[in-house]
Design a protein around this ligand. Structure first.
Ligand code: PEP
Ligand code: MN
Length: 269
């Protein structure tokens, strides 16, 4: 089947499309300190990640939980971006943050809780940077595609979808990873899709197998949580790969992707 995905360019790399390599975005759930973000960034870069992730504004279920460093993270991210030269994905939780984030963020992430936030999606339709649209945890695929259309309708056609698991009756994992959705959007839409096996499973022991499954299902890449001290994080430590596990994931992808006829180009160096 011909790949009809319209690629979206992030830095020097295209995501989606028949000529594009499988790509990996990696980093912590939240930016916590310069030492933490810089250590993780250097390590994931060395192992081939093409971009960094890290939340600055966090939407947490419990209002008492760590809400992200907010603007305090900006200086840290600036230093680490300069140090690594890698593009940066980060979640925008409120349309009023967009202008402040504009110079720092290469891809604006819309979190699962905001897939139905049409005011936010309309604002992101007005900008000229890519948007990573996570699937709502109870969002139907068709609602997710319509949410993407809100951004496109505003004039911004750089939308990348992200499957991050949905809530089902099954609760031994944090969410249920919907591989069907990946195959569906690859077949029936022209949006690139990244898989987030970290939130989809909520269990670091399941992240590598489900990453490989996502690649086999046709995902254009991954966005994965990685931490230098997974047991001491301020958010989502239970699902973060440690630095060695991330290196192992990249090695497994290097073996699997050629067998799938897919190109993998870790950005080593
Ligand atoms: C995240 O990426 O850290 C996050 C909060 O994800 P989601 O919106 O998918 O829950
Ligand atoms: Mn997280």
């Amino acid at each position: 089947m011909a790949d009809k995905t319209s690629p979206v360019k992030v830095g020097q790399v295209s995501i989606g499309g028949s000529q594009s390599p499988f790509t990996v975005v990696a980093g912590p759930c939240s930016v916590e300190s310069l030492d933490q973000f810089s250590t993780i960034a250097e390590s994931v870069k060395l192992n081939g990640a093409f971009a960094l992730r890290g939340g600055m504004f966090k939407l947490r279920t419990n209002p008492e939980s760590f809400q992200g460093l907010g603007q305090e993270a900006f200086g840290i991210v600036q230093i680490v971006k300069k140090q690594t030269g890698l593009p940066f994905f980060s979640e925008v939780t409120d349309p009023r943050q967009i202008s402040d984030m504009m110079d720092l963020v290469d891809v604006f992430q819309v979190g699962s809780r905001n897939m139905y936030n049409y005011a936010l999606l309309k604002e992101l339709g007005q900008i000229k940077k890519p948007v990573l649209l996570k699937r709502g945890f109870s969002g139907r695929v068709k609602e997710w595609l319509l949410a993407a259309d809100y951004v496109i309708k505003g004039g911004n056609n750089q939308v990348i979808l992200c499957e991050r698991g949905i809530r089902t009756f099954e609760n031994c994992t944090r969410n249920t990873f919907d591989l069907n959705a990946i195959a569906y959007v690859k077949h029936y839409s022209s949006y690139p899709v990244l898989a987030d096996p970290s939130h989809a499973t909520g269990d670091r022991n399941l992240v590598i197998p489900m990453s490989l499954a996502a690649a086999a299902a046709g995902a254009d890449g991954l966005i994965v949580e990685v931490h230098n001290q997974p047991d001491q994080t301020k958010s989502d430590g239970f699902q973060a790969l440690d630095l060695n596990q991330f290196a192992g994931l990249m090695k497994s992808l290097e073996k699997l992707l050629p067998a799938l006829g897919r190109r993998f180009q870790p950005q080593i160096g």
